[in-house]
Design a protein around this ligand. Structure first.
Ligand SMILES: [Zn+2]
Length: 346
């Protein structure tokens, strides 16, 4: 077993650098963020210091590899509030993916519902490249088409796309950052969404990050099938076609279904009203645990209702199954939603 020279973690798939240090797949990305990228907007030019949870997410996504060196996590759900850090993190992801990708034909997209939204991530990515002479010499930035192309391989590019006025043909995404999923409700948006989903499955190592402030979405793929679990507010209508089950979040419930192809999906959820003291203690524990594992998000007042709501998601992957645990807290009602889902291969 070899060890990464930067994080000391054991790694089967490290890169040998010219100075003979070993670098694991996760450190390749975290070090790219911290050494090559700077912040944009109000903090323009400042170094991109990764918040602990962002570092954790990057390590989970890029550092968890299969026996053959491909990423285990192919779909990633990331919940973040509106605000500048979201744009910066998305832009960092697209630049890092494009700049560090190996081989040719890497297509990176950020997908938004409107042209204006699509421009925001593009502008931040272009600024990050403009602020770094090495990256500027490697990339060709074209604002009129919201495209950034790698000069050493013109088939590798990043493009910001939107649902309005967009031609779908020829997409073969390697990586998609989707913004504000709960707003993807217009026909065109749904159509674009389906095209991205269908095309991305052709890739060996696809990855989708869904960002929403409305709830959680877990997408699981096996063979030709896709299972999606969505926890959302009743104000966000969801597609009914091909829906397997749907429940109001009330009391508790456990359900198990066998799916096409022999896979099994089992979910249970619980809505727990709590005494204020119990509620705040639970929140504190959750915040503490969330720092060491899983993904934790704290909502501010622009997110879920009152100050201090928390969402926490933890994923455990084994050879034949994936276990997803989620907690969402609602300080206005002193209520806690707990859910646990097991996706099992045949
Ligand atoms: Zn490392």
């Amino acid at each position: 077993m070899r060890f990464c020279s930067f994080c000391d973690e054991p790694t089967e798939w490290a890169e040998l650098l010219t100075d003979e240090r070993l670098r694991c797949a996760a450190c390749k990305i975290t070090r790219f963020f911290e050494r090559e990228l700077t912040l944009t907007g109000d903090y323009a030019g400042q170094p991109f210091v990764l918040m602990p949870w962002v570092r954790e997410v990057i390590r989970d996504i890029f550092g968890t590899l299969d026996d053959d060196g491909t990423r285990v996590y192919r779909d990633v759900y990331l919940e973040m509030p509106n605000g500048s850090s979201k744009t910066t993190i998305c832009a960092g992801f697209v630049v890092a993916l494009l700049a560090t990708a190996q081989g040719t034909g890497t297509e990176v997209y950020s997908a938004a519902t409107t042209k204006e939204q699509a421009s925001i991530v593009f502008r931040a990515a272009a600024q990050m490249i403009g602020a770094n002479a090495r990256l500027s010499s490697r990339m060709l930035v074209t604002p009129s088409t919201k495209t950034i192309v790698r000069r050493d391989d013109p088939t590798s590019f990043y493009k910001a796309i939107s649902a309005d006025g967009f031609a779908h043909d020829g997409l073969a995404p390697s990586f998609v950052v989707r913004d504000e999923l709960h707003r993807w409700r217009t026909f065109r948006a749904l159509e674009l969404n389906e095209v991205l989903e269908r095309k991305i499955m052709k890739r060996k190592n696809p990855l989708i990050i869904d960002i929403t402030s409305a709830g959680h979405i877990v997408t699981w793929r096996y063979a030709r099938f896709t299972l999606a679990e969505v926890a959302a507010s009743a104000r966000h209508p969801l597609p009914e076609r091909r829906r397997l089950m749907s429940y109001r979040l009330r009391g508790q419930r456990t359900e198990r279904i066998m799916c096409q192809g022999g896979a099994c999906y089992q979910m249970s959820f619980q809505l727990e009203p709590a005494e204020p003291e119990v509620f705040w203690n639970f929140q504190q524990e959750l915040a503490r645990d969330g720092l060491s594992q899983g993904m934790l998000h704290r909502f501010d007042s622009s997110g879920r209702m009152a100050l201090g709501a928390l969402s926490y998601i933890n994923v455990e992957t084994r050879a034949r199954h994936m276990l997803v645990q989620a907690f969402h807290t609602f300080p206005d009602d002193y209520a806690i939603v707990k859910s646990q889902s097991l996706f099992e291969l045949p």
